[in-house]
Ligand binder design. Structure first.
Ligand code: ADE
Length: 245
């Protein structure tokens, strides 16, 4: 099955960009995923091909028009009715590896790239669109965020990644950061590779990696650690313990 990516954008020339090389580029050449860009301006309804207008209530910047967005979405939906439509916006739900996995297991994705101040909010009531953010930062547009989302999906498609295990052991797959890696030379600028990794004792190495993964997550990402610990102590039903007054 080919994973079909459709990107609705004002800047189609930004694609495939980095997805045209390396792993993703090769996978696309091999037909494991496809990319179609759709110029949103083609769905404008005036002779100037206007896609945006001033914000209601005043303020800086411009807002993408709901009618133009809807026409572009409807066009993409006709070709790919099963693909979820995702709008890249800093107001969206933070992207997670779990959601990436779900998307990668599907038929593809249609991505709406915002520009200017964002989308007319009515598009989210008028069409089924999932709002997704790639982090608490503000980009100049949704295109780099779309490239990130697609990159994360493409590497998980069957046959794209070299070693199959590298997808399941890595950061976030078990709610933790991945353990640190080392390679030759054995000593570099007076720093040695941890002895255990040279021991050949696979059980010991696995235990060390697990422990490092836990330590690093606790120190670097207390938010992830808290969630991980919370999931571990909660009963299987997910029910929360009654809080005492
Ligand atoms: N567009 C601008 N900033 C963004 C973000 N953080 N995530 C997704 N899309 C964006």
């Amino acid at each position: 099955m080919t994973f079909a990516a459709t990107v609705l954008t004002l800047y189609p020339e930004m694609f495939p960009g980095p997805l045209g090389v390396s792993l993703a580029g090769r996978a696309r050449d091999e037909g494991k995923w496809s990319l179609e860009t759709v110029q949103m301006r083609d769905f404008a309804i005036d002779k100037h091909r206007t896609v945006d207008d001033t914000p209601a209530g005043g303020g800086a910047g411009m807002v993408l028009r709901a009618d133009v967005l809807a026409a572009a979405i409807d066009y993409a939906r006709t070709a790919h009715p099963d693909a979820p439509v995702i709008a890249m916006t800093p107001r969206g739900k933070p992207l997670t590896q779990a959601r990436v996995r779900e998307l990668a297991a599907g038929h593809g994705v249609t991505i709406l790239c915002g520009r200017f101040e964002g989308f007319d909010e009515r598009i989210f009531a008028g069409r089924q669109v999932e709002e997704v953010s790639i982090g608490d930062i503000v980009l100049s547009g949704g295109e780099p965020a779309a490239l990130m989302l697609l990159d994360a999906c493409i590497r998980l498609l069957p046959g794209v990644m070299g070693a199959p295990s590298s997808g399941s052991e890595e950061s976030f797959e078990n709610g933790l950061l991945e353990y640190p890696h080392y390679t030759r030379p054995q000593e570099w600028e007076g720093r040695a590779i941890p002895e255990v990794l040279r021991s050949g004792d696979h059980a010991k190495i696995a235990a060390w990696r697990k422990s490092q993964s836990e330590i690093d997550t606790r120190l670097r990402r207390p938010d992830l650690w808290e969630r991980h610990e919370g999931a571990r102590v909660l009963p299987a039903s997910g029910a929360r313990r009654e809080k005492k007054d």
